[in-house]
Every structure is written in structure tokens, then in C-alpha cells.
Design a protein around this ligand. Structure first.
Ligand code: PLP
Length: 398
């Protein structure tokens, strides 16, 4: 047996979670919903052990187990729990950490649905849950907001979706520790390859696996990675009891997708650096925000490698003339696809104000600096010259 602790990221991505000397190199897909017991005593023993012996697939599934081990190894967590979607992970996390009357401090430009369920969902309204959305890149603002009584959770997305604002996670971990509350980080934009929140002091790192972890836009899923056993156990039980489990087929797609995560991220990031420079120099582009450009407010944090291994594949920009003008660009792109989602092998472009963040009021969007002219771009692994040629022909029509 290999000692996983000695392996590098790509070796872990390929091998962690399923070691074999003989037989199939990927876990066979276990679609069976239920497992036969040899005797009544065997059945009773399996229930009594609450171990990973086959009982029923909502409780444990070998494909989900293997994927959970791989992700925990990649993020340096105690364990991880897969869920039916990224939003199931977010909701289970809120459900587990909040109680009636709780207050949450969260990044203002949080993923639209993660923010709007705190603001509008009937269940959290009935519980009287309140939230303060702040620019978490401003440490003093976070410290002030956390001081509000009944604060039970600090929830940070960095880089934020879609503004690309970067929050210092070590500082957030210190604030959360001082306040005695958990720090949860949505790490979807970075993936475990670029950022490991648990190692920086977070209690839970959460992903929409639908994005970079899967990488091929072919499955929906989420995951919660935990620092300790107790939180892992608690979250696992919430997922099992609410039935928000991942299917074995999707687990298999994520398990195989993860094997190339490092390679995909490196290539997409290389393309993104070139595209950010291209857009930054384009006469029809008013502004670009990308953590790999020197004018990004936290370029220092990215460059130092203290928090992120690189600037990633996500950026936002504005077209001169505003969104009316930008629609001509978006409607004329051929290779870059007009679609929501991100982090996959294909380059995707979308308009947050009318798409991913349409559920957040305009007033709250503007407060979170999600401007009407903002266009979000997720760069894939295509040949960069082809991406630039596509932008050239579309800009010519603007
Ligand atoms: N978090 C972020 C940053 C996202 O971008 C998304 C989806 O776009 C989610 C969470 C929700 O994930 P899912 O669509 O898998 O439910």
C-alpha cells in the first residue's frame, strides 16, 4: 500500500481513494440500492456497526466512499461528504450550523442561490435566520459584523462569484476562532488544486463538483470537506437523513474527472492569463478583473502563493458601451459558449446580472459590486489562438 501522505497532487488525484494491485483500476459502479444480508444476525450486525458494510445505498455507496476519500486527500481534510448538488452541500451546511434566531456573516457577492436562500427561503425565514453580507476582503468589516449577537457562521467565497474579490482566509480563520464560530469556504472557483482552505484554518471547504472537479459539464454534484471527525459525522448524518446523496454514476464521473484536475487547471490558467492580457489591451474593453493581473487588489496574495497556487481560470470584464453593447459580443461568439457554469474544459461566458445573480435584487447586486455591465468568463483548455480568433471576429461585429 502506498503512503498517500508522501504523494504529490497529481499522484493523489490519480490514485487516492482506490488502490488496486489486481482488477479494474476504477471502482466498478455499484448501482444496487440495497445489499443482501447472509442471515438476520448479519443484517443486525451491519446496522449495529454503522460501519461501511453494505446496507443501503443512501447510507453508504462504494463509489461515493472512494470519491470522498480522494477529495479529502486532495484538500488535506479529515474526511468529505458528497451531495446531490453544490446547492445541497450549501443547504446541508446551513441546516447543520444554524438554529432558530441565528445570524450569518457572508461574502456579499456570494453565488446567487447561496445568498438568496438565506434571504428568501421559507424555512430560514421561519427560523428567523438573519444574514449580514459584507465585503469579506475588508477584514475590519468582517470583525464588526461577526460581533453581532447570535452569529453562528462565517461563510466566505474566495475568489468571490462573480466579482473575483479575494478574501484572506488566514485572517478569516482567526476571526472565526476568536468568535468561536465555524469558518466555511466555498472553494468552487479554485478547486482543491489552487486552494486548500482547511490548511489555511477553515473548518469546512465546500464545492460545487459540477464545476472544476468534474470538469466536463456532465454531472451535478457537491461536496463538503471537513477539518475534524465530529463535523464530518454531523454533516454526513444530515446528508443521509435529508437524502441529498450523490448517485453512484455521478460519483464515477467525478472520480475519473478528478484524475486530470491538475492538468486541466494548469492549461486553463495558462489560457486565462493570455486572454486576460488580450482583453486588457482591447480597445473595446472598459475593464478586466482577474487575480493574475497586477492591478487586482490582492495580486500580492496570489503572487506570494500563500493562499492560491495561481490566479485560476475565471475573470470578469466590461465592454465599452455597457451590457447592451456586450450582448452583440456574446451573441456572436462561436467557440466560447454562452452558458452558465464554470471550471470545465470548455470556455463559457455569461451575464451575472440577468443570469446567475438574477435572483439577487439590483440594489443588493450593486452593493456587492456586481455591476450591470459585468460579463463573466470561464476559460477552458481549448487552443488559446482559437479563443482569441473567436473574440476577434465577435468584437469586429460590436
Ligand atoms: N457555489 C458556486 C460558487 C457556484 O458557482 C455554484 C453553481 O454555479 C454553486 C455553489 C451551486 O452548485 P450546483 O449548481 O452544483 O448546485
Amino acid at each position: 500500500m502506498t503512503d498517500d501522505r508522501k504523494l504529490g497532487f497529481n499522484s493523489l488525484a490519480v490514485h487516492a481513494g482506490y488502490h488496486v494491485k489486481k482488477g479494474p483500476v476504477n471502482p466498478p459502479i455499484a448501482r444496487s440500492s440495497t445489499y443482501a444480508f447472509e442471515t438476520c444476525e448479519d443484517g443486525a450486525a451491519r446496522f449495529a456497526s454503522s460501519g461501511k458494510e453494505g446496507i443501503y445505498s443512501r447510507l453508504h455507496n462504494p463509489n461515493c466512499d472512494a470519491l470522498e476519500q480522494k477529495i479529502a486527500a486532495l484538500e488535506g481534510g479529515y474526511g468529505s461528504i458528497t451531495t446531490a448538488s453544490g446547492m445541497a452541500a450549501v443547504d446541508v451546511m446551513y441546516y447543520a450550523f444554524l438554529e432558530p434566531g441565528s445570524h450569518v456573516v457572508a461574502t456579499a457577492s456570494l453565488y446567487g442561490a447561496s445568498r438568496s436562500i438565506l434571504e428568501k427561503d421559507d424555512h430560514y425565514r421561519k427560523w428567523g435566520v438573519s444574514a449580514t453580507f459584507v465585503d469579506t476582503s475588508d477584514v475590519d468589516k468582517v470583525r464588526q459584523a461577526v460581533a453581532i449577537p447570535h452569529t453562528k457562521l462565517l461563510y466566505v467565497e474566495t475568489p468571490a462569484n462573480p466579482t473575483m474579490a479575494i478574501t484572506d482566509l488566514e485572517q478569516m480563520a482567526k476571526i472565526a476562532r476568536d468568535a468561536g464560530i465555524p469558518l466555511v469556504v466555498d472553494n468552487t472557483f479554485c478547486s482543491p488544486y489552487l486552494q486548500k482552505p482547511i490548511e489555511l484554518g477553515a473548518d469546512v471547504s465546500l464545492h460545487s463538483m459540477t464545476k472544476s472537479i468534474g470538469g466536463h459539464a456532465n454531472a451535478i454534484g457537491g461536496v463538503l470537506v471537513t477539518r475534524d471527525e465530529e463535523t464530518c459525522f454531523k454533516l454526513k448524518h444530515h446528508v443521509m437523513n435529508r437524502g441529498a446523496v450523490l448517485s453512484p454514476d455521478s460519483a464515477d464521473l467525478f472520480f475519473t474527472g478528478l484524475k486530470t484536475l491538475g492538468l486541466r487547471m494548469e492549461r486553463a490558467q495558462q489560457n486565462a492569463i493570455a486572454i486576460a492580457e488580450y482583453l486588457g489591451n482591447h480597445p473595446r474593453v472598459a475593464w478586466v478583473t482577474y487575480p493574475g493581473l497586477k492591478d487586482h487588489p490582492r495580486y500580492d496574495l496570489v503572487e506570494s502563493g500563500r493562499q492560491m497556487r495561481g490566479p485560476g481560470c475565471m475573470m470578469v470584464f466590461g465592454v465599452s458601451g455597457g451590457y447592451e453593447t456586450a450582448t452583440v459580443l456574446l451573441n456572436n461568439l462561436n467557440l466560447v459558449t454562452l452558458a452558465v457554469s464554470l471550471g470545465g474544459v470548455e470556455s463559457l461566458i455569461q451575464h451575472p446580472a440577468s443570469m446567475t445573480h438574477a435572483g439577487v435584487s439590483r440594489e443588493n447586486r450593486l452593493q456587492a459590486e456586481i455591476t450591470d455591465d459585468m460579463v463573466r468568463l470561464s476559460i477552458g483548455i481549448e487552443d488559446v489562438d482559437d479563443l482569441i480568433a473567436d473574440f476577434d471576429q465577435a468584437f469586429a461585429k460590436v
